[in-house]
Design a protein around this ligand. Sequence first.
Ligand code: 13P
Length: 251
Amino acid sequence: MTRARLVVGNWKMNPPSVDAAVALARAVAETPPPAHVAVGVAPPSVALVAVSAALRGSPVAVYAQDVHWEDRGAHTGAIAASMLAGHATGTIVGHSEVRREQGDDDARVARKLARAVAGGLRVVLCVGESEAEFLAGETERLIVRQIAVDAAPLQAARERSGALVVAYEPIWAIGTGRPATPTHASNAARVIRRALDGLGLDGAATAVLYGGSVTAASAPEFAAADGIDGALVGGASLAAAEFASIVRAFG
Ligand code: 13P
């Protein structure tokens, strides 16, 4: 099974201004990705439209960092999946920072995923265990539970299940400079695919990314890891040259 490779830079609440985001997008677009590697960037929502305009005609896709589960209405601070039409090809949902800071639980993540997929977006669904769960040997149980709830809406939209990408992001590896081992990531990818199969979806056809302290130095070992099809990159995606080396590692 050959799956498409994908590297996405999650810029989180960076860089410091819309102008800086546009400049970073232009710098990313200067290095064309190797054949068979898709590249995306996920700017903060205030910069989405400007970044998308700057990247028009380039192979770099634009992703939102989150969407709301409703399509319209009294939801201060949120953006609707449908508002991304013409500006983004996909969105992240279920990032651990959104779960932690905005109170997303699996039920909410599932509703966001459903709304995004219905809106024709590609979804990068983030799952991953906390440090305590990791140390307690509960990684597998946690991932299985997250996938079973978060990806369940795709059972009713199986024709759109190709829109799903899963990012395995152990919380203890995010922003710590302490990535998971490639073996741990490969095991997690296997668990994710088995859980997708359990929902009647096609695990083998679903791209699984690794995220958590990926750098130019660590990318090659994740690129070589069994079942890992790409990376979701935080801090190291804010420097275009380093991000380009990460992308190249997956080529
Ligand atoms: P870092 O690469 O900064 O660890 O962040 C990973 C991440 O959360 C990407 O979504």
